[in-house]
Design a protein around this ligand. Structure first.
Ligand code: DQA
Length: 152
């Protein structure tokens, strides 16, 4: 039997286009295109389709969430520092009404106290942080299981 193919929207927020220039101890050494290629390869193995989006503009991130509609079945998002204070992104994620996973490359729970705050956490069925690029593989397989569960 052919497995159903879902499309996962992978959204990167502010400053994530600068991966490769940011502190490698926190964020690793991959550039964003390299990270996206890795995610795409992992997704293929799970029979998941991917779409990628990055912006440094909060309004563009919000409008992208508004426009998802039928385009994606689920969202994996790393909003960067917007995670910690951007209530407009939280509202837009709620409007998108898709299964979502919050992800961070670094271990936000064990850095500055302000990074422990997430305005999106309770809209996401799980949060993954501190696992670097490998966290995305976890996110993809957890999302695959979640979609199989909710669409069963
Ligand atoms: C980040 C963590 C945020 O606190 C930070 O502002 C980022 C990246 C991460 O992936 O670890 O830009 O989301």
């Amino acid at each position: 039997m052919t497995r159903r193919r879902y499309t996962i929207e992978v959204m990167h927020g502010v400053n994530l286009d600068q991966l490769g220039r940011r502190d490698p101890l926190l964020y690793g050494t991959l550039t964003l295109p390299e990270l996206e290629r890795q995610i795409e390869g992992q997704a293929e193995q799970l029979e998941l389709g991917t779409r990628f989006f990055q912006t440094n503009h909060e309004g563009a991130f919000v409008e992208h969430l508004h426009g998802l509609g039928e385009e994606a079945d689920a969202i994996i998002l790393n909003p960067g520092s917007w995670t910690h204070y951007a209530w407009a992104i939280r509202d837009a994620l709620e409007i998108a009404a898709l299964p979502a996973i919050e992800i961070h490359l670094s271990d936000v729970e064990h850095r500055e106290p302000w990074r422990r705050v997430s305005v999106i956490r309770d809209l996401c069925f799980t949060t993954i942080s501190g696992r670097g690029p490998d966290g995305y593989l976890d996110a993809l397989s957890q999302m695959r299981e979640e979609l199989d569960r909710v669409r069963a």
